[in-house]
Design a protein around this ligand. Structure first.
Ligand SMILES: NC(=O)c1ccc[n+]([C@@H]2O[C@H](COP(=O)([O-])OP(=O)(O)OC[C@H]3O[C@@H](n4cnc5c(N)ncnc54)[C@H](OP(=O)(O)O)[C@@H]3O)[C@@H](O)[C@H]2O)c1
Length: 386
């Protein structure tokens, strides 16, 4: 038996492989890393042995029948949302193939500590711009959670991996015949439209305006919108069962050792680096709820379309007020950057669809509290000195 929860350039023997049908035999592990086994779908006939040249090669047998419906791939497994998703999937008994860009990077080591990781987590080296690496990770999985994406407004870093990576995933999922793909999109693919009336209730039927995203240099929203549109189009063309989760800004405790972009959004109000707050609004949701939404849309056969995942919309003034109540010891800004203009009003949204799956959303005050406590615990914020 091969210990999982780690990675390497691996050997893999596939028995009875077909799209959606490669499973590790009970009591055995699939090995991954420099390659997760696999190859082009067309190159994977019924019985095939795939050996990757590496001194650490480990041979193992994969059988399509033994753990039916239990092997899933999570892309970008070491990220903020994906780490919680991997944790949840392992708790539920799934075998998880987690893709990471560098399995040996210490920033992914928290994954190996998750309950069940030793037995049922395989880290697999893959990059969004490398189709073959993605196919290798996905091959034989019952489902794919595509969460990996750059999170930045730098167009050089953002646009190509977000869009092409998503296309590759849909293509690879089609080639591998997976049961369902869950794509982590964003509210940024929904609400960026200056012509939308402030009175409408934003729901899953809305799409961001690409020209507006481009003109405002909102490359994150631009790329995620194009990526989601491409995912829907390709899924239709290639017969892939796709469900999309569109979270708003995600907060909550970190599992990973690094601070991701949505957490910086709160961290900056506690470090003294931001002296004023913006006259703007933002919607928030708890990371555990987002992970659970992914699992629910995956496991609910009737789930379809998009799922907006949002708890509350707050003005930044409300955010700093809540933070100051919980954590008065930090230099939290008290002044708005733009006190001349009227305070921007929150938009209305519907979270009916995601709640109908049975999801109970954590109140935003708790999201904020847990975010700060986690930043303290992980050493990203000084502890109060009293
Ligand atoms: N956090 C939010 O507020 C929020 C809200 C709505 C939607 N989302 C979406 O949720 C997903 C996860 O976001 P997150 O907040 O968890 O971000 P995160 O912590 O930054 O995680 C992003 C992950 O994507 C991986 N990645 C980036 N570029 C890659 C590439 N070229 N090839 C392979 N992997 C790559 C990163 O791997 P490395 O560690 O190797 O860089 C990382 O594991 C993203 O799709 C994001 O758009 C996030």
């Amino acid at each position: 038996m091969v210990g999982a929860g780690w990675s390497c350039g691996a050997a893999l023997e596939v028995v009875g492989a077909r799209g959606g049908g490669r499973r590790a035999k009970m009591g055995e592990q699939r090995e991954a890393g420099g390659g997760c086994g696999g190859g082009q779908r067309s190159e994977l006939p019924k019985e095939v042995s795939l050996i990757k040249a590496s001194p650490e090669n480990i041979r193992m047998t994969i059988d399509s029948s033994s753990v039916s419906g239990k092997t899933v791939c999570v892309t970008g497994a070491g990220g903020f949302i994906a780490s919680w998703l991997v944790k949840l999937l392992l708790q539920k008994g799934y075998t998880v193939i987690g893709t990471v860009r560098n399995p040996d990077d210490a920033k992914n080591s928290h994954l190996k500590e998750l309950e069940g990781a030793k037995e049922r987590l395989v880290l697999c080296k893959a990059d969004l711009l490398d189709y073959e690496s993605l196919l290798k990770a996905i091959w034989g999985c019952d489902g794919v959670f595509h969460t990996a994406s750059p999170v930045t407004d730098d167009p050089e870093q953002m646009v190509e991996p977000a869009i092409n990576g998503t296309k590759y995933i849909i293509n690879a999922a089609a080639a591998a015949g997976v049961r369902r793909v869950v794509f982590t999109s964003t509210v940024g693919a929904i609400y960026m439209d200056p012509n939308r009336s402030p009175d409408v209730i934003v729901d899953e039927s809305y799409w961001s305006d690409l020209e507006f995203c481009k003109n405002t240099k909102n490359w994150y929203c631009y790329a995620k919108t194009v990526a989601e549109k491409a995912a829907w189009e390709m899924a239709r063309e290639r017969g892939v069962n796709l469900v999309v989760v569109n979270p708003v800004l995600v907060l909550g405790p970190l599992l990973q050792p690094t601070v991701n972009a949505s957490i910086v959004h709160i961290q900056k109000y506690l470090t003294g680096s931001t002296k004023t707050y913006a006259n703007s609004i933002q919607a928030y949701v708890h990371v555990k709820d987002v992970a659970l939404a992914h699992l629910l849309v995956y496991e609910t056969p009737s789930a379809s379309g998009r799922y907006l995942c949002a708890e509350s919309v707050l003005h930044r003034g409300d955010v700093v007020e809540i933070l100051a109540k919980f954590f008065p010891e930090y230099p939290i800004p008290t002044k708005c950057k733009d006190e001349v203009k009227p305070r921007v009003k929150p938009y209305k949204f519907s979270n009916k669809k995601v709640k109908n799956l049975g999801l109970e959303l954590t109140p935003v005050n708790q999201c904020l509290y847990e975010t700060v406590k986690s930043l303290q615990e992980k050493g990203h914020l000084p502890l109060p000195s009293n």
